[in-house]
Design a binder for this molecule. Structure first.
Ligand SMILES: Nc1ncnc2c1ncn2[C@@H]1O[C@H](COP(=O)(O)OP(=O)(O)OP(=O)(O)O)[C@@H](O)[C@H]1O
Length: 383
């Protein structure tokens, strides 16, 4: 656990970068610091490993006041990842990763073996070990940066805009892999970003700072979206936050419709009798949904079904429509319904097999129920 206790940083020119900050970053969780440019995110982060010393207040690492720990010793237990990865340009990937473990006294062979393992963990081939940073893409360098920070196996990781130097697609991949890795490793992570979407995606809790280094709100992402503390936070988390908040609410047991289905390979003429509103859901032999077959006479395929020629083939299906898992969120369920050509969202079991369909209006009814009795309220205890 990292605890800021009324921490203030005033730079020599009088700038107050952080003002009486109280904050707890829990063990094994990701705490994200987010806020507009200059609000003191980086200053707060760097005070944790004493790259910057607070002017007043204390920062606790578990039960120790960090001011009483020698800074080199403190940093050994704290990994640090920055934008552009900050790799040593004249050292190979392998040497970049093994530098800190070697300093900590690990043998060359052991450090090398571990570095190769870490490369695999962050999704890079072992063959990259001999390359120099300039021979890697931005996203690959960022992965090496994460591997390097993990090499000393620190319980705490500080990450300053770790994914912002790469394009949005690579960024999404890095975020997904980072979450997967954290699920295994359970480090105590403090991550700085200026991007609220990234904060909401990655944070177990999100601290929104305002310029002047004051904490505006500290909350789990769902709560931040659903109940921003004030107009500054509401403005910062952005529009459509009501919709995005649905992504943090489990749909629970939605009433599933018993949808008639056809299996690929079945005769087309079997479809119209089954279809509701001109659409019938097609499954593969293992009962996994493949797409919707149009049976109305106006649709191109519909005309074929009317003549009864041919079979239900995968290439005749409308593939629009997202799937929602049974244990999914209200956002996934609503999206499945809204994106489905039939208007009925397809719900699947954990193994991907078809469970039933759900309508947007049923999801809306559930949303209204949630509003009336949010989980955890006395009327409806959380499952
Ligand atoms: N060494 C310094 N001397 C004086 N002022 C500084 C110094 N470093 C940072 N500041 C100021 O402190 C404030 C907070 O800076 P900090 O870098 O912590 O913000 P940030 O939220 O990380 O910003 P950004 O998102 O733009 O990186 C800013 O007003 C900045 O100009």
């Amino acid at each position: 656990m990292i605890r800021f206790e009324s921490v203030t940083k005033r730079y020599p020119d009088g700038t107050v970068a952080v003002d009486a900050l109280d904050l707890v970053a829990e063990t094994g969780k990701i705490t994200v610091l987010v806020g507009p440019s200059g609000c003191g995110k980086t200053t707060s982060l760097r005070m944790i490993n004493r790259m910057i010393e607070p002017t007043s207040g204390r920062i606790w690492l578990d039960d120790r006041d960090t001011a009483t720990i020698r800074s080199d010793q403190l940093r050994r237990g704290i990994g640090y990842v920055i934008q552009h990865a900050g790799l040593f340009p004249h050292r190979t990937v392998l040497d970049n990763i093994t530098t800190v473990p070697r300093l900590l006294g690990r043998g060359r062979r052991e450090a090398r073996g571990q570095a190769l393992e870490l490369l695999e963990r962050v999704g890079l081939p072992a063959a990259f070990a001999g390359r120099y940073p300039a021979q890697l893409s931005g996203g690959q360098q960022q992965r090496v940066g994460v591997a390097r920070a993990l090499a000393a196996d620190p319980p705490v990781m500080l990450m300053d805009e770790p994914f912002s130097a790469v394009d949005p697609v690579v960024r999404g991949q890095l975020q997904d892999e980072f979450l997967r890795l954290q699920h295994e490793l359970r480090k105590t992570i403090v991550l700085v970003t200026h991007d609220i979407d990234e904060a909401i995606r990655l944070g177990d809790q999100v601290a929104v700072l305002r310029v002047g280094g004051r904490l505006a709100q500290l909350a789990p992402p769902g709560e931040l979206l659903a109940s921003p503390a004030d107009s500054f936070v509401a403005g910062f988390v952005g529009r459509d936050r009501g919709y995005r908040a649905l992504g943090f609410t489990h749909a629970g047991e939605l009433p599933l419709l018993d949808e008639p289905t056809v299996t690929v390979g079945a005769p087309l003429k079997s479809a119209p009798d089954l279809a509701r509103d001109g659409w019938v859901l097609a499954l593969d032999e293992e009962r996994r949904p493949l797409g919707w077959l149009a049976t109305s006479a106006t649709a191109e395929v519909g005309a074929a079904t009317a003549t009864g020629e041919g079979t239900v083939d995968a290439d005749k299906l409308n593939l629009g429509g997202t799937l929602t898992p049974e244990a999914g969120t209200l956002r996934e369920a609503l999206d499945a319904a809204l994106s489905s050509p039939s208007g009925r969202g397809v719900v699947v079991h954990a193994d991907g097999t078809f469970a039933g369909t759900v309508t947007a209006s049923d999801v809306l009814v559930r949303i209204e129920q949630e509003r009336a009795a949010p989980p955890g309220s006395p009327e409806q205890p959380a499952p």
